[in-house]
Design a binder for this molecule. Structure first.
Ligand code: BDR
Ligand code: CA
Length: 313
């Protein structure tokens, strides 16, 4: 099996960090061509730094990390320190990175990579607001048809919203970018809150990370220790939802997930429901399907995979 070439577009974020670690721990299935940082959970200077901290934690300092867009396409940036802490990676004490940022803009890296690689061989994995992806598509429309697939974390249907009553954070922060992405015609797989709220780090699952006894295992346990307090208070859930790792787990074990190929539109006008993913789950319109919208996962299988892979780092 040849490894699938991906670009991880991210705003780390503890759950982004775990998603990146899972990808870097799985070289047989995944080749990470680069990591592109975007403003989201925290501002860009922190997300690009956090991406490098995570690469160093994994011992993979040869992965290029690029800084991308520092504000959404046409709105003010909304951040989520209330969830992720001041640094975005609160929890473990991790050293400042010594690996440098790679020169150049993340958007140009995405464009260049899609042009340089064979058409249909590069998958984009957005784990934050879709600003970098949409900017690349606007700047270089020729790359759109060259993308193999977009596998992203964002949106919700049954869970509706987490940052507003109607919207999930990644889509809410840059709804115009999400609209461009969902209308691009690229095959899209969506991991919405409906799935990610089932990927909960229970106490035994967290104990299993810590029991690895490695730097990575302990850091992941400490990240989820920190990250869980928000969801426990808000939803009364048993632990932290590992939103973004659903994306990288899907690349390795798509059979862990089930969903429906449906139409998904993004609300960009209404103040009340801005950033809502209007998912035609029940197929009540004749709008053409544009996304594989996931609804369920095998949580035990997901955590078994994650723990097994983290042990490799
Ligand atoms: C998404 O928003 C961020 O807080 C997380 O990293 C995840 O990508 C969940 O709504
Ligand atoms: Ca994220």
């Amino acid at each position: 099996m040849t490894a699938r070439k991906i670009i991880i577009d991210t705003d780390p974020g503890q759950d982004d960090a775990v998603a990146i670690l899972l990808a870097l721990a799985s070289p047989e299935e995944i080749e990470v061509l680069g990591i592109t940082a975007v403003a989201g959970n925290v501002p860009l200077p922190l997300t690009q730094k956090n991406a490098r901290i995570v690469c160093e934690l994994a011992g993979k300092t040869d992965v290029p990390v690029y800084a991308g867009c520092d504000v959404p396409l046409s709105r003010k940036l909304v951040t989520a320190e209330h969830v992720h802490g001041k640094t975005g990676l609160d929890g473990p004490v991790l050293p400042d990175p010594s690996m440098p940022l790679t020169d150049g803009h993340a958007v140009d890296f995405i464009i260049h990579t899609l042009r340089a690689q064979d058409a249909g061989t590069v998958t984009l994995c957005p784990l934050g607001p879709l600003t970098n992806i949409a900017t690349a598509f606007q700047k270089a429309p020729d790359i759109v048809d060259r993308v193999q697939e977009i596998v992203l974390m964002g949106g919700a249907y049954f869970q509706v919203g987490n940052i507003t009553p109607a919207a999930e954070f990644n889509i809410y922060v840059d709804p115009e970018a999400a609209e461009i992405t969902f209308k691009s015609g690229v095959p899209i797989v969506v991991m919405p809150l409906d799935v990610t709220h089932k990927a909960l780090v229970t106490k035994p699952r967290n104990d299993a990370f810590r029991a690895l006894g490695t730097k990575v295992g302990i850091a992941v346990a400490e990240m989820t220790d920190f990250f869980e307090r928000f969801d426990k208070e808000k939803y009364g859930s048993v632990g932290a939802p590992l939103h973004d790792p659903c994306v990288t787990a899907y690349l390795i074990r798509p059979d862990l997930f089930t969903g429906r190929h449906i139409n998904v539109e993004i609300e960009t006008q209404s103040e009340l429901t801005l950033g809502m993913t209007v998912a035609d789950w029940w197929r009540v319109t004749d709008r053409a399907p544009n996304a594989m919208f996931m609804g369920d996962l095998d949580a035990d299988g997901f955590f078994a995979l994650l723990t097994e892979r983290l042990a490799h780092l």
